[in-house]
Design a protein around this ligand. Structure first.
Ligand code: IPE
Ligand code: IPE
Ligand code: MG
Length: 241
């Protein structure tokens, strides 16, 4: 069901799900409770964005730098990811019916074999869906993504599959995890931090940004509406006039 509230919608929306730890701390709870609540917000906002008609959405769930956290916190996040995957498999028919294609952006080789198999499975089973692309960035780093693209292109050039002179923006973008998807038009970061933290480094060259002090577990449909109504008013020039 489309709610058609906005005259212009981002074709691709990126969301940095930040502030889970501080949300928990404010309530005297362990950080893992913040991640649990944050994962509920992720489900709620993903569904709402789909109802609004946003076609591509990327949620930043775990960065290549987040391995620097205590082992207990990392494994709690991976357990939540496991629950999401199990749920996605349970609801596979429903999601396929809705045309939701799932993509995981990031270096899968750093994720446990068990989770990797589930990720490959849901990606494969939804690869024909094209109403909505739901991207979850997990073990994702923008610099690492650019480096792996450069390596792949270098190997192709050495093999003679491509001519280095033909490398351009389009070819480069085809070697990123977001291949085939538009660049993010709008990137939202809650929790008061004013930085990208290695999110969609290449793709965000001309993105609009929207920051909020709300901590991710508290982020509501109304907050997304605020960001989208602000985005409607932006004048994007892409270097023109
Ligand atoms: C975002 O919340 C979740 C991840 C980075 C995995 P944080 O855990 O970074 O929450 P804060 O920033 O410490 O409050
Ligand atoms: C960015 O949040 C990564 C995710 C939300 C997954 P961080 O909490 O890791 O970012 P920094 O460390 O504050 O820059
Ligand atoms: Mg944080």
């Amino acid at each position: 069901m489309s709610e058609r509230k906005f005259s212009v919608l981002p074709e691709h929306l990126g969301i940095i799900m930040d502030g889970n730890g501080r949300w928990a701390k404010l309530r005297g709870l362990p950080r893992t409770e913040g991640h649990k609540q944050g994962s509920e917000t992720f489900r709620k906002i993903g569904e709402y964005a789909g109802n609004l008609g946003i076609r591509h959405i990327t949620f930043y769930a775990f960065s290549t730098e987040n391995w620097n956290r205590p082992e207990t916190e990392v494994s709690a996040i991976m357990t939540l990811f496991d629950s999401f995957l199990t749920e996605a498999i349970d609801r596979l028919d429903e999601n396929i019916e809705k045309g939701i294609r799932l993509h995981f952006l990031g270096d899968k080789s750093g994720i446990s074999q068990e989770l990797k198999e589930l990720m490959d499975f849901v990606e494969d089973r939804t690869k024909h869906c094209n109403k909505m692309h739901l991207n979850l960035a997990i073990n994702y780093g923008g610099r690492q993504e650019i480096i792996q693209a450069a390596k792949t292109l270098a190997i192709k050039a050495r093999n003679g599959t491509i001519d280095p002179a033909d490398i351009n923006d389009e070819m480069f973008a085809q070697h990123l995890y977001t291949a085939g998807q538009p660049d993010p038009d709008l990137i939202i970061r809650p929790s008061g931090e004013l930085r990208l933290s290695n999110f969609l480094t290449y793709q965000s060259a001309y993105s609009e940004f929207w920051f909020s002090d709300v901590l991710w577990p508290d982020f509501s449909e109304q907050d997304l509406d605020l960001a989208l109504s602000d985005f409607e008013k932006r004048h994007r020039r892409f270097g023109g006039i």
